[in-house]
Design a protein around this ligand. Structure first.
Ligand code: G3H
Length: 530
């Protein structure tokens, strides 16, 4: 079956492929003359289906990885560099310069988000706007953090001026499902806290970074941010093997995170800021408001085709609610609109990974062979670049769709009699990010909430799982995360408390007084940043 082709609006047509040859190292946009990889979209531009060539990107290797690492190390300069010692207000100015230029690139980036990863127009716009807002919120939060520490405290005759300082060189790797937002949710706090960084875009959503290279180049001192292209294995692994990286910041899966951290020879030097995979369950109790529940579970399982770490990836329904839930849920899923990202009202869009429909098909076939059925009529229908979300029931623990993080359009459903069943499964699971709990009776909900908060890190009551608003802590237990990200927490995750202390005596008090008056130190400062 092939997709019904819709005309591509003029603004979104690909007129000429982007052949990206520049990469940013040591403040220079260097010209790449080596091998390149072509970038294709799984969206077709012609009525006969064929992937669209979007352009090409450099295929870099160890030599360039080492150039970038050296530049980041030089910019940090053992903590003596211009950037790590800069006054907070000057670092903020650089960030403001960057974000202002970034705002002018909205159209270009939104268009590439749609083509590269198949995200719908409203969601692509939201990803861009949310990222810009995240940067402004980070700036405000950093000012507040700095204001709160613009003071001295005294205990047992010892004064202390405590602030947060950078950790060093950060290797930053983002995911393909939020190639802009989640990457920047790592990169921006990392840089603003005074670290220097090497950043490699994800496997999809690479070209959309290129409109920002110049802004990165002209906003920050040389070597503070270095941007490479290529495969993680070729670029990130050699950087880790040197043992010179202080922070691995990665949003992706735990296998890549483990593989990379294991390459680092000095495990105590390496800090980890990781947002990893999850298998967030929805638990539907018999007294749940069915309309609201179905709406939220549809959004939770299908937004961006289930390619979100926070997506609902398994649904537990208590027996009393099972029939009505499955019937309404199946109708709602089959009522969604599939189309290209710019199509009006579209909810399901092409999958950016060419092999994904086949992988989802394997999960479906395995479940069917082990006794599940497809509940919805359209479930499993194949398109050139898509497979319709199949609701599978009854799912059992021996099925791959129960065990694996599907990260795509397929929805396993299990029914239960005793609430201990989903709780036991969650306790056994390797993941522990979030849960959605649907029900009304407070006597049932209270003990459940009290348990669930200890199994995951966010209990969403009658609401689908999600990361935002970005001021809230985003983290997880077990294989789902290390460290916490939010506008506030990310600043902490990418820094460490460090301070100047001195005994209360005449010499020290006089020296500190002079230091403050001369305004020579960027660290010892009680300036209030407006
Ligand atoms: O891929 C995981 C993302 O953090 C999910 O974020 O809940 O805003 O879609 P979201």
């Amino acid at each position: 079956m092939s997709t019904k082709k819709t005309a591509i609006p003029t603004d979104f047509q690909i007129t000429a492929p982007i052949h990206q040859t520049a990469y940013l190292v040591d403040g220079e946009l260097r010209e790449w003359k080596g091998a390149t990889s072509e970038v294709y979209s799984t969206i077709s531009s012609t009525s006969e289906y064929q992937p669209t060539l979007l352009g090409s990107i450099p295929d870099m290797a160890e030599a360039e990885a080492m150039e970038a690492l050296d530049a980041a190390l030089k910019a940090y300069d053992k903590g003596k560099g211009v950037w790590p010692t800069m006054h907070v207000k000057d670092r903020i100015e650089s960030m403001e310069k960057f974000v202002k230029q970034m705002e002018t690139k909205r159209e270009e980036i939104v268009k590439l988000l749609m083509w590269e990863i198949g995200k719908s127009l409203p969601d692509s716009q939201k990803e861009f706007d949310r990222t810009v807002e995240y940067i402004y919120d980070t700036i405000e939060e950093y000012k507040q953090l700095d204001r709160n520490s613009a003071k001295f405290q005294k205990h047992d005759g010892v004064y202390a001026h405590v602030k947060r300082g950078p950790l060093g060189v950060v290797l930053c790797l983002g995911p393909y499902n939020y190639p802009l937002n989640e990457t920047f949710a790592l990169l921006i706090p990392a840089i603003i806290m005074g670290n220097t960084a090497i950043f490699k875009p994800a496997k999809h959503g690479v070209l959309l970074i290129t409109p920002l290279l110049e802004a990165f180049q002209n906003s920050f001192p040389k070597g503070v941010i270095n941007i490479l292209f290529g495969r993680g294995r070729a670029v990130a692994a050699p950087i880790m093997q040197t043992g010179k990286v202080d922070v691995l910041a990665l949003i992706g899966n735990s296998k890549s995170a483990n593989a990379l951290q294991n390459q680092h020879p000095k495990s105590n030097r390496l800090r980890l800021v990781l947002g990893l995979e999850a298998k967030n369950p929805a638990i539907v109790l018999p007294d749940a408001d069915m309309k609201l529940t179905v709406d939220e579970v549809v959004a939770g399982t299908t937004s961006f085709n289930g390619q979100r770490c926070t997506a609902l990836k398994v649904v537990y329904v208590q027996n009393g609610a099972k029939d009505v839930f499955l019937q309404k849920f199946a109708m709602a899923i089959d009522g969604l609109k599939f189309g290209n990202p710019w199509d009006e009202g579209v909810k399901l869009t092409p999958l950016p990974e060419p092999g994904k429909p086949d992988y989802i098909q394997e999960l479906i076939d395995d479940a069917l062979a082990k006794g599940a059925e497809i509940v919805n009529k359209k479930g499993g229908q194949r398109f050139d670049n898509y497979i319709w979300p199949a609701i599978l029931y009854p799912v059992t623990k021996d099925m791959r769709v129960y065990q694996e993080e599907q990260f795509g359009p397929v929805i396993p459903v299990l029914s239960f009699e005793d609430i201990e069943e989903p709780l036991d499964d969650m306790a056994e699971s390797n993941y522990g990010q979030q849960v959605s709990l649907f029900g009304k009776d407070v006597y049932t909900l209270s003990p459940l909430i009290d348990t669930l908060v200890n199994l995951v890190c966010r209990v969403n009551l009658n609401s689908s799982c999600q990361r935002g608003p970005d001021v809230y802590p985003f983290t997880g237990r077990k294989d789902s995360a290390q460290a916490t990200l939010s506008v506030h927490d990310a600043l902490r995750s990418f820094s460490i408390r460090t301070f100047v202390a001195f005994k209360d005596n005449e010499l020290n008090n006089e020296t500190i007084q002079q230091l403050l008056e001369a305004k020579l130190s960027n660290f010892v400062s009680t300036d209030y940043i407006l």
